[in-house]
Design a protein around this ligand. Structure first.
Ligand SMILES: [Zn+2]
Length: 500
């Protein structure tokens, strides 16, 4: 008789008592020598047997059916089959005579009705084991989730605290994760820019490599960061500390939705690529680098030229030098910037107004608190209806997510009003500070990357035509600011502007 040695160990088997594949092979070889069994081939599988369709298992079946072998040697029946389909196949091969014998060092089998019955039981038990395992895992997970605990690996920006089995903020990364959300919410950045931002700040993944763009993509749409856990499509309130507000998260989702419709190209060397389009034909702008050597001076100089890609056909536009482009960009940014004097004034004015509004907001908190209580009662009633089997699970889940979203929004709103005072104060101050930075960025030297970052923040639809650069300023703040003409205004005109 010719045997196939079959060994399997999958990574998702939590049972540490199961031998490694190497150990299984060694055991089988020893067993075969002792029993004087001929092994024609070893087939090793590291995939899980929970789902039918294992490739190596299919190979075993093929070898048996083609008559290359007529016996199987494996550590235990549970190595061979962990679902009823695989088990059924083995039994069928025994019944049809393609398979004559099975040998296990840890399980006795002989090809008799009683033997097959015992084997069936062993397969059945392994199926039972798998079923109960996944039920236990699910049950354990759900309990954890209801307590607000995350049963999986901590998302980027958080850490698994092994001693307390909780999720803690990763102090090193969290700050940058938050900034990444803020950057992305402006709509002026791509995921690749976020990666660059991480790399620049020495933020790498846990293995020390550059963070993958897919990971950033996933991060930007994970509600975990504002305190809600999405587990298999169901939302749970997390007990971990949020890194961002729901409002910021929602803003980022809007940008994600918008961006999924457009495509960008990006070459880090030329900072303005992907930002500017040809004003004549709408084609993208490409850049070229020319290195020129001056023998008399014995030095080389690098020139960058931007020109229309002409991908939409003929276009009469000629090139623009990198220097020209840089100058135009500085002007565009300066037009939407404010001097530090104006910035200071704006912030003072905002502070006064915010104090006034604080008084009014306490009334609002009262209303929101009542609404929150209502939402919580509704959730309770919904759960009761589900437990009483008045409604179906799918309906329950959908409704629950909706109510929970509402509840979380209310909570977030209350929190924002009570903690931060006014909704507009923070973004407004942030805006003022960014506009102030804009003035500095427009003035500074050798800062092409900062220029492109600021340009993406304040505007979009940059067009280059006849060496002139135009853009649309972002409606919230930047557009009125650019029209106002306060960009780098000096003291006297500012006074009239602010009426002070
Ligand atoms: Zn063109």
């Amino acid at each position: 008789m010719k045997y196939i040695g079959y060994c399997r160990k999958s990574t998702d088997e939590p049972d540490r008592q199961i031998l490694s594949i190497e150990a299984q092979v060694a055991e089988l070889k020893e067993f075969a020598a002792k029993e004087k069994l001929e092994i024609v081939d070893f087939i090793l599988e590291s995939k899980t047997a929970k789902e039918p369709g294992r490739q190596k298992f299919a190979e075993v079946i093929r070898l048996l059916e083609s008559g290359v072998a007529d016996g199987i040697l494996s550590w235990h029946p549970d190595r061979l089959a962990r679902n009823s389909i695989d088990g059924g196949r083995i039994i069928y091969l025994l019944d049809t005579g393609k398979l004559l014998d099975l040998k296990f060092p840890s399980f006795w089998f002989d090809n008799t009705p009683q033997g097959k019955f015992m084997l069936n039981m062993a397969f059945g038990q392994s199926k039972y084991y798998i079923d109960s395992l996944s039920v236990n895992v699910k049950r354990g997970n759900r309990q954890k989730l209801r307590r607000g605990e995350w049963p999986n690996k901590a998302p980027f920006g958080y850490l698994n605290d092994m001693s307390t089995k909780t999720i803690q903020v990763d102090k090193k990364r969290a700050k940058f994760v938050r900034q990444a959300f803020e950057m992305y919410a402006t709509g002026g950045f791509m995921q690749i820019d976020i990666r660059e931002f991480f790399t620049k700040n020495k933020i790498f993944n846990k293995t020390g490599h550059t963070v993958h763009v897919n990971k950033i993509k996933h991060m930007l749409s994970d509600p975990f960061y504002y305190g809600v856990m999405n587990f298999c499509g169901e939302l749970y309130e997390g007990s971990h500390k949020p890194l961002i507000t729901k409002k910021l998260f929602d803003k980022v989702q809007e940008v994600v939705r918008r961006k999924s419709k457009t495509h960008y190209s990006h070459t880090p060397e030329f900072d303005f690529l992907g930002l500017v389009k040809c004003g004549e034909c709408g084609g993208s702008i490409t850049a070229e680098k020319h290195v020129r050597f001056y023998p008399t001076k014995n030095r080389t100089a690098v020139f960058i030229y931007y020109r229309c890609s002409k991908k939409f056909g003929p276009c009469s536009q000629r090139y623009t030098t990198g220097l020209e482009m840089e100058e135009k960009m500085r002007v565009a940014i300066k037009n939407a910037s404010i001097s530090n004097y104006v910035a200071k004034k704006f912030l003072e004015w905002a502070e006064t107004d915010s104090q006034k509004e604080n008084l009014e907001s306490s009334d609002k908190v009262g209303i929101l608190t009542r609404q929150l209580k209502e939402a919580e009662e509704k959730l309770d009633r919904l759960l009761e209806a589900y437990l009483d089997k008045v409604i179906e699970e799918t309906e329950y889940k959908a409704k629950k997510n909706e109510l929970l979203e509402n509840k979380l929004s209310l909570q977030a709103e209350i929190k924002e009003i009570t903690e931060k005072g006014n909704e507009w104060l923070e973004p407004f101050s942030e805006f003022v500070k960014t506009a102030e930075t804009g003035a500095k960025t427009a003035r500074a030297k050798n800062n092409l990357h900062e220029l492109s970052v600021q340009a993406r923040t304040v505007g979009s639809n940059f067009f280059l035509k006849d060496r002139q650069l135009t853009c649309e300023y972002v409606k919230e703040g930047w557009k009125p600011l650019s029209e106002f003409g306060v960009g780098a205004l000096s003291r006297p005109s500012t006074r009239t502007l602010l009426g002070d």
